[in-house]
Ligand binder design. Structure first.
Ligand SMILES: Nc1ncnc2c1ncn2[C@@H]1O[C@H](COP(=O)(O)OP(=O)(O)OP(=O)(O)O)[C@@H](O)[C@H]1O
Ligand SMILES: Cc1ncc(C[n+]2csc(CCOP(=O)(O)O)c2C)c(N)n1
Ligand SMILES: [Mg+2]
Length: 408
């Protein structure tokens, strides 16, 4: 029988994954609770989807697809290469798994409607960890896609945590915005941040974050200890895991704020999901989310469209200036040149990269970062034979960014 979402207590605003409440319940693990027990504890907090005709609880959900098409995407996050349970709080992890999928739906110009959430968990996973994960999914939906909800999922057991989220979206009658639609003369625009999440990740690997340090940043994957159970729900993105003391006075405050912001970007990114549909309405010719880095993802868009993407570093000056004050491993600001590299090659901010026809008014929060030019003709190839379809200030740039198999 389908569960009645109306009867369920919905997405509590805060959620403790610590020893708050009954100590016995808090100490319970997935192995002790069993599948039915885990479901009984996480389903009540699953945000219902307005598009669900049959919600979670049956063999499959039934979703409305009002116009005969729907958008679907999936994203797998594996403990080790994609996150560490010693770094990423469960609430943040649920948020991030949700946000990265919503960004792919938004990047098609669609409005997210529903998620399917599959989890593989070690038997010794504390129940409050699982509940906090579910609450993170709900909090992300509430903040970034309030119409969307969870319509199903699956549970299994594994030696490490695996999170697989599938998301659905509604094009509301519009054509989808593909990667392949950019035309010479179009404006290149970005909505969202660049380089922030990668800066948070760099700080984690460098051991700059109290409570997250793994000495020299050695890989901690399967078998990592569950982090200490916390007293209260940490705020999204960082929680009690803070920067090392960053000095005093106004300058120190800015450094501390920026440090907290880059960690927040890594732990719980907030891409501008509604901007995807807005961009489509405003006539975006091509769009994608920047998951692996601006250079790499712009290369994909340029290749799909058969064009050259000309990025202007001056248009990224605001992002670079903001990021330049973030402290590196020596405690000193990383500076403008490292900041520009992070803006160009850093992944996981899930900003929306889009192209618009010349003269189109860019819908906020999109801002111009460059222009589309003709594709390489052969005469454009550099002396060494490289023919990158992405240039920064006129210089062809290699497609730097995240590759899961290269681990960078
Ligand atoms: N195992 C697979 N089988 C079929 N298609 C796949 C598979 N893995 C990836 N794809 C497809 O390849 C394309 C590129 O995938 P990729 O994960 O790089 O980008 P993406 O879907 O935009 O995700 P993200 O934004 O999270 O990086 C997508 O269209 C994706 O659906
Ligand atoms: C522990 C740890 N190591 C490395 C990373 C970096 N990382 C993982 S996935 C990804 C890009 C998006 O992936 P996809 O394209 O599969 O959605 C990046 C940049 C991380 N977050 N945590
Ligand atoms: Mg994508």
């Amino acid at each position: 029988m389908a569960t009645d979402p109306e009867a369920s207590p919905q997405h509590p605003a805060t959620h403790a994954w610590g020893p708050a409440g009954d100590a016995r319940r808090a100490a319970e693990t997935a192995g002790e609770a069993g599948e039915a027990g885990v479901l009984a504890r996480i389903l009540p907090s699953a945000r219902p989807s307005a598009a669900a005709i049959v919600p979670t609880g049956d063999d499959a959900a039934v979703l409305a697809a009002p116009e005969g098409r729907y958008v679907v995407t999936t994203d797998l996050m594996v403990e080790g290469p994609d996150f560490r349970r010693a770094w990423h709080e469960p609430h943040d992890l649920g948020w991030k798994a949700c946000a990265s999928n919503l960004a792919d739906i938004a990047a098609m110009g669609a409005r997210p409607t529903a998620l399917v959430v599959a989890l593989a968990l070690p038997d010794e996973t504390p129940m409050p960890w699982i509940e906090a994960f579910g609450a993170g999914v709900g909090a992300c939906l509430e903040s970034l896609a309030p119409d969307a909800g969870v319509v199903g999922g699956d549970l299994s057991t594994a030696g490490q945590v695996l999170v697989s989220v599938t998301a659905f979206g509604d094009l509301e009658g519009r054509p989808a915005v593909l990667r392949s639609g950019a035309r010479p003369g179009d404006v290149v625009a970005l909505a969202g941040d660049a380089g922030r999440s990668a800066s948070g990740l760099a700080a984690l690997f460098a051991g700059q974050v109290a409570g997250c340090s793994t000495a020299d940043g050695e890989r901690v994957g399967a078998g990592a200890p569950w982090p200490r159970v916390r007293e209260a729900t940490p705020p999204i993105g960082g929680g009690q895991r803070q920067a090392e003391p960053a000095g005093t006075g106004a300058a120190g405050r800015i450094v501390a704020e920026r440090f907290a912001a880059v960690l927040r970007a890594q732990f719980a990114p907030s891409p501008p999901i509604a901007a995807g549909a807005t961009a489509a309405v405003a006539g975006a010719t091509a769009m994608m989310d920047v998951s692996d880095g601006l250079l790499l993802d712009a290369t994909r868009l340029a290749r799909a469209s058969g064009v050259t993407v000309e990025l202007e570093s001056a248009a990224l000056a605001g992002d670079v200036e903001w990021l330049a004050a973030v402290p590196g491993p020596d405690g000193e600001p990383i500076g403008a040149s490292a900041a520009l590299e992070r803006c160009l090659a850093g992944g996981e901010d899930h900003a929306l990269l889009a192209t618009f026809p010349p003269g189109a008014a860019l819908p906020p929060p999109f801002r111009r970062i460059g222009a589309v030019a003709r594709g390489a003709t052969g005469a454009d190839a550099a002396a060494d034979g490289t023919t990158s379809p992405v240039r920064v200030d006129g210089v062809p740039r290699a497609a730097r960014g995240w590759d899961p198999y290269a681990g960078r």
